[in-house]
Design a protein around this ligand. Sequence first.
Ligand SMILES: Nc1ncnc2c1ncn2[C@@H]1O[C@H](COP(=O)(O)OP(=O)(O)OP(=O)(O)O)[C@@H](O)[C@H]1O
Length: 617
Amino acid sequence: MSGGTVASAAFAVRLAWRAHRRGLIEVVAMQLITAIGLSVALLLLRAVVGDALTIVTGSAPAAGRLVPALLVVALIGSTGAVLTIISAARQRLLGAKLDRYLTSLVLAAADRAELERFEYPDFHDRLHRAVHASRSQPVIVITMLIAMLQAALTAVAIAVAFAAMAWWLLPFAVISVLPALKAARDERDAHYGLHRGLAENRRLREYYEHLLTGRDEAAEVRALDLGPVLRRRWDRQYRDEISAVAKVIGTHVRRKVAARLAGDAVTAAVLGGIWWLLATGVVDLPTVTAGVTGLWLLSSRVQIAGMMANGMGESLLYLRDLRSFAASSASASASAEDEQEAAPNGPPPRWEVLEARQIRFTYPGTDNAALHDVSITVRRGQVVALVGSNGSGKTTLAKILAGLYRPQDGLLRHNGVTVADTARLRDTTSLVFQDFGRYRLPAVDNIALGRPGEPVDAARVTAAARRAGAHEFLRALPLGYDTVLSKEFTAGADLSGGQWQRMALARAFYRDTPFVILDEPTAALDPQAEAELFDHMRDLFADRAVLLISHRLASVRSADRIYVLDTGRVVEEGTHTSLMRDNALYARLFRLQASGYTSDLPDPRDDRRVSENVRTA
Ligand SMILES: Nc1ncnc2c1ncn2[C@@H]1O[C@H](COP(=O)(O)OP(=O)(O)OP(=O)(O)O)[C@@H](O)[C@H]1O
């Protein structure tokens, strides 16, 4: 075993130790007992064969010793079998606990990762590998670890018994398995390399699987009849993957066969030598019988131990991915925590003003900046609006102000103090996203998740739902606020798009932070609900700072300040009146939108004529 494998095995033992200490001790103890039993049985075998020969040749009355020896061998065999059954059961539990432990490592690491890291394909590859490692490897690792331990202990036990009888056979037993071990090791490395190379392929294949099986996607997939196309693409992806795997398997099966034959040739030569020693009377028959049995057992055990070590080595390579993924997220969050510690202590000051100055931001993996030299100020008690065409940078700016992304240039000032750790902004911000979360959880949780980690305050949940106009439809659900908002779960119910949007608003009301960002908060609301929200915005978010992103310019006309973004730059700012007076981009867009409504407005005289007709009729 290489140093790396030993270190990896030690890592696996540590993981198992942390996951289920008692289970690990029990299983190891059982393996140890079985191995010692085997060693004793082998020594007895030599004695039994010797005694049997004396009976056959009639040279000595050894039957009195033979029967108890046979009984002990039988007892050892039976005990070993029972322990194997119990050990298998313990291993299952150990596997499950290890699974939980490893998955918790991945979940914690993914949870700690900053939003920006999700922009990197490499991050997704590593996350995917870590998830793969946590899902598939624990049981493999534990099974292999135990099997390896068993094989190693048995090999030692046999070797001890063997050394007492025919020590000179030991080196041959080891040499005979070396080629097979080397071949297995090469195959392990090749498979792991392949797995790394195919990570992105696999993610795409799994994405197709998700599209074909997801409930949210089911309607559109059927409406467009995407099924056959998606399945064909999935199949192509899988075929490519399998052909890459088949190539590696083909290469290594040939090497493994050659290695096995080489090992067998060594064993055959050794057996020939033993035969010659027996024929020339150098060793006796009992020693040869026990020695050959031991040689066979030993080489098969060493081979199994080596295979397992290599197999486990492959698993451990995946676990190493998991460990490095967990460690990298931990160090990122630790540095964020350090920054937090450097921040002044004491209760947070009252939220007064947030300023962004000369912000420049480029998404990872892109060349063009999404924001150039953007400056904006948001004050408590104000509604500030961001408008602009698609892709002009509104959502990006909102995410920066919410502390989700760090700008590459420029600075953020909160209450006049430069913000060192943008993550701290999140605590004082509620962001209702354009594509808000629809949690397949009870309605009450969908709202109460606005303040995670705090006990649910039912009265405040209801109040938040009322303010968002969600109370009535939630009350009417089969289990009221306890109804799971997904038909995928028993007694679950689904909501309309507009109702979901009200849930997102309710979550923001429940969160109740001094800074609120609403990114297209009424896109799915009916006209009346939309008008109500905008008419009452100042009451609903009294004494808060509100950043409102909207394409419906009528809804932003009452904002205290309007910023107009165009291709990542603030091109205009002011109040509705001043912007209309400037008669630039905002005024043009506003008139364009307004004309869509005013041209269809009926002439009031038409209304009078209709009423008269109705009366006459
Ligand atoms: N995750 C991302 N990675 C790379 N580029 C992005 C990403 N998200 C947005 N962009 C790009 O950044 C620019 C600004 O996008 P942003 O979403 O901020 O625009 P927006 O004004 O909110 O648009 P919309 O009105 O359509 O919501 C666009 O050019 C967009 O293509």
